[in-house]
Design a protein. Structure first.
Lengths: 253, 353
């Protein structure tokens, strides 16, 4: 019991002392997962738009596939990517295994099903007439699609957030393709892998500190988005010059 | 006469269902043309084709002399705009809604702001810029939709049942706006309507539509003058009945429209006649009321449609009547489907076409 208490005290000391080792791991985690989300947004948003806005054969099957892939165990995806990136694998020549690049690509692939599935529901929940409305006001096909996307902005941001949370909190992919390398110029240890390593080598205080910081990161991001959504700020950010909307009753007063 | 747009043998089919059948139609510059016909007669599809958001399955569309094809659709689309029957607004401010089309046309900000202000004044929504468009009433939203179309100053303004779901106050404001922009700004307007009253009042020409075809086209006087030819088309429009008129001793006429329903009208008529009663002119009651109204019928409510502050009811008295009452009256009277009610209207409220 005294040990546990000691570990917790040590964890807070480490956090408060601004320990460079700890904050190096935190910033690496944020950078890798942030880049992964940007990558996933770049290819996931067009996929979601395509599936949600176009009618084609096999649409339902494709939607079900993305939904199913959300539940894919990260360790299985990690194994698949390991085989692909390993020297004998099809992309072995890129030399990506055990590099930050492999982690970012791996996390981006991992979160794509979440991003696409929530994105599809968000776009499909937009009034179908918005597309035609934009066109009657002079929009081209792509401008009309952007108008629909702006209507779905709340759901889209939610999907980005859920994806980021999944990426920063996952262990399987980063461990298998990143290798959890704690030295040299290309370190690949991140919050989750470092926690697992520190527990194994008995550095419980360090592991607890990293765990606390991981929870704080997740919590902070969620709170920011909840606040922004409440103020309708995201919708306005995407659309108009006014950050605060009034109801007609307020105007009448 | 300059032709703004023309449909040549235009057909539109969804699968096996033909909704527009080989329609030929010229839209003259500066006119108000009304497409009058029952629901499902193809009015909305023609408007969508003229707004270039729907491609015809067959035939040819020209806009200002230029043939429209997939290459120039996006260009001509900037010259034509459509206001839908079901109002759709972007879920943001009134200002953003109205400025959207101007931004697409790369109009400078100063001009944009000025035009938005002017358009809001025209539809009597001054000061509503910062309002959330989705929080407005149905009537106000429809006025935003009209303002949003008007700022674009397109050659062609298309209106799909612009006043169908509005209370009389909002409908009046919109009719005034339509008339003003046509007269003062020379905007060419094509509007779909099944409101006989509106069709007689606003347009220069009427195209009567039935089952995807234009059955008659001409000035209101010409079209309403050739009733016998178009009885079937007219009969499909709300509260429009065809029957045989007989003069009464009191100097009025009684029109037998079938199923035991005889409608008394002030005009003296004999023989085949078409009558129309504005849904707002009909009084609904739960019991027989003694009044000066010459027409009173007992029937059952067969359909209830919620229209924002109004409720539209279908009452079958042998013939189906459309009645429009306020939501407050509807709630206070405790009406429901299959309820027995009485409808009453004055002989002078009946329009004889």
């Amino acid at each position: 019991m005294a040990d546990l208490l000691g570990d917790i005290v040590q964890a807070f000391q480490l956090i408060l002392s601004g320990d460079p080792e700890i904050y190096g791991i935190v910033s690496r985690s944020l950078f890798f997962s942030g880049t992964a989300i940007i990558l996933a947004i770049l290819w996931g948003t067009p996929i979601a738009m395509l599936i949600a806005m176009k009618e084609f054969r096999g649409k339902t099957i494709l939607k079900t596939l993305f939904n199913t892939l959300i539940g894919l165990p990260t360790v299985v995806l990690g194994l698949i990517l390991f085989l692909i990136f390993s020297k004998a694998g099809p992309l072995g020549f890129l030399g990506l295994l055990y590099t930050p690049g492999a982690i970012m690509i791996g996390q981006a692939i991992l979160v794509t099903p979440i991003l696409v599935s929530i994105g599809i529901s968000a776009i499909e929940s937009v009034d179908p007439e918005i597309m035609n409305l934009s066109k009657t006001l002079g929009a081209s096909e792509s401008q009309a699609q952007i108008a629909v996307l702006k209507e779905a902005i709340n759901g889209i941001v939610l999907s980005d957030l859920a994806s980021f949370n999944r990426a920063i909190g996952e262990l399987g992919v980063v461990l298998l393709v990143g290798g959890n390398i704690a030295g040299g110029g290309n370190r690949t240890d991140v919050l989750t892998t470092a926690i697992s390593r520190d527990v194994q080598i008995g550095e419980i205080g360090l592991a607890v500190a990293l765990g606390i910081l991981l929870v704080i990161i997740l919590f902070t991001i969620n709170i920011i988005v909840v606040v922004l959504r409440k103020a309708n700020y995201l919708v306005e950010l995407a659309k108009g010059p006014y950050s605060k909307l009034k109801s007609s009753r307020e105007i009448a007063k | 006469m300059t032709v703004t747009a023309e449909l040549k043998d235009v057909t539109k089919a969804y699968g096996n269902k033909i909704v527009v059948d080989a329609v030929n139609l010229q839209i003259h510059e500066g006119e108000i043309l009304a497409l009058l016909g029952p629901n499902g007669s193809g009015k909305t599809t023609i408007l969508k084709i003229l707004a270039f958001i729907e491609n015809p399955t067959g035939g040819e569309v020209t806009f200002q002399g230029e043939k429209v094809n997939f290459k120039n659709t996006e260009k001509v689309r900037l010259q034509s705009t459509l206001v839908f029957q079901k109002t759709t607004v972007f879920g943001t401010s009134v200002y953003y809604n109205i400025v959207y089309g101007l931004k697409l046309r790369k109009v400078p900000k100063q001009t944009r702001d000025r035009e938005v202000k002017k358009a809001l004044e025209l539809v009597k929504l001054e000061g509503f810029e910062k309002c959330n468009a989705r929080k407005l009433s149905g009537g106000e939203q429809q006025r935003v939709a009209i303002a949003r179309a008007l700022v674009l100053k397109t050659k062609l303004l298309l209106l799909d049942e612009p006043t169908a779901n509005l209370d009389p106050k909002n409908a009046g404001i919109l009719e005034e706006v339509i008339d003003t922009v046509n007269r003062e700004d020379k905007v060419t307007i094509v509007m779909a309507t099944h409101n006989m009253f509106q069709a007689k009042k606003l347009p220069h020409r009427i195209a009567l539509m039935d089952e995807g075809k234009i059955t008659e086209i001409g000035s209101p006087a010409e079209v309403f003058g050739k009733l016998s030819k178009n009885l079937a088309s007219f009969a499909a429009v709300d509260n429009t009945f065809t029957g045989t008129a007989k003069a009464t001793a009191a100097g009025t006429s009684k029109v037998d429209v079938g199923n035991g329903v005889q409608i008394e009208v002030t005009a003296q008529r004999q023989g085949a006649t078409v009558v129309f009663i504005n849904p707002q002119d009909i009084i609904l009651s739960k019991t027989a009321v003694e009044s000066s109204a010459r027409n009173m019928f007992k029937g059952k409510i067969t359909e209830i449609t919620d229209l924002d502050s109004l409720v539209k009811l279908k009452v079958n008295v042998g013939k189906p009547f459309t009645v429009q009452i306020t939501k407050q009256s509807f709630n206070e009277m405790g009406l429901c489907l299959n309820a027995e009610v009485f409808i009453a209207f004055k002989a002078s409220s009946v329009q004889v076409l």
